[in-house]
Design a protein around this ligand. Sequence first.
Ligand code: SAM
Length: 469
Amino acid sequence: MAARHTWKSYLLWCANEHVSFRIPEVEAILAMYKIPHTWIEKPAENPWMLISMPSEDCAIKLMKRSVTVRSIIELWARSTTKEHLDDQLKILPTEFTFYFKKENTFKVVVDTFNKVTSQEDKIKKIESFSFLPILGTANLKNPSVTYHYYEFFGLDAGRIPENPYDYFFGRWVSNSERSAVEKYSLKTRHFIGNTSMDPKLSMIMANLAQIDDGHVVVDPFVGTGSLLVAAAHFGGYVCGTDIDYLTLHGKMKPSRAHQKKRQPDEDIKGNLKTYNLFSRYLDVFVGDASRPVWRPEFRFDSIITDPPYGIRESTEKVGSKKIAPVPEELASPHFPSKTQYGLGDMYKDLLNFAANNLKVNGRVVFWIPIIRMEYDPDLLPEHPCLETVANSEQILNLHSSRRLITMQKTMEPKEAADSAIIHDLQYTFRHKFFNTGEIKGRAREDVQAEYLTKRSKRGNGVAKLPCNE
Ligand SMILES: C[S@@+](CC[C@H](N)C(=O)[O-])C[C@H]1O[C@@H](n2cnc3c(N)ncnc32)[C@H](O)[C@@H]1O
């Protein structure tokens, strides 16, 4: 480990979205790469965090993965007043003034949070640093050193203070992986469906799952494979199962309004090919998550998934409501019909699968729908072999949200491999969703009518309609 005195403070300047995912994402990356660090400040809501690390390499490594952070700055001064910030900059140590040398071209970037600043004001702010003894010439296109000046005006857009709450000044070190995500935009993606997961959230999930080069990753509710794209981007070898043949093989109705027919290569494999990630594709196949087909001794590095919540589509598993007409030992191995798959049972199966088929220290990352008023972290699914390491909320509407849960396997199960504990919240979500808060009257009838129409159109077959969103 590097000597403590070489450590520097860094400012993580975050994107103004996915707020509750920031700290868990950064902590997952720090832990995955075993990056030595000390938190200085990590406010849960503010778009910045302060951390101390032993080297710039650590900062760059962190940025190579993060999606919630925009950029990392070597922090030279931080204050709650401009005068005090300037005072600190007037007595910078030589390790920082070193960058002021003549050979270095430079530029200064000004950024304000929660306040729009005109170009004219930005120039005035830049000029307020003219006391810095910078000897190089300005170069706005390709500077060798970029200085960043940030002003934080709080979070309340309705009450913007006259002066910022916080001032930061430092040297830019690196931007994050965020801009790389643009190429995975659903707008331009070859194969999508109505439930395709947003690429940024998919990347955040892959980071929480600590997917790294060579890992074997599975999504048991794979849909159109958005999570496999993110996992393959970070070097994972990917596979998945879905109960719906049509979704899995891109045979369902096109989701884009202008498109009449799907292309022959419009499927998960086709997506990975267009993104140059095909070498990471293992396979996808029709399978029921309630009956995992994997060999019991096989261990995955990670499981990332977005199970159906049963709002716009029913949750189903293979089976029949009828009492078996023939004894099980004589029954055909073919199960033509499907039966309701309660959310509680689905999470029970998922956790048992993770406890059985993950490597020790491997992670399972999954979404779970919540009625906000009822939320209690003690009533989330549990398993004696899995420890919850992160739990972030994405609000969907006034009364419901979904939470992204990250669990890490701590040990191999002993006798009771199916010891997941599921609380009532998971069993009652769907019923409560249709009977709580603002989903009332007409709105509720609409959602329920849509659900029932889709269900009756699908009959007992394999065609499946979009879920969740
Ligand atoms: C929310 S969608 C997944 C979306 C996916 N992450 C994507 O990006 O397209 C849930 C998927 O679970 C599938 N599913 C539902 N019940 C299942 C079961 N018992 N076993 C496996 N897959 C199931 C549905 O067909 C659907 O494609």
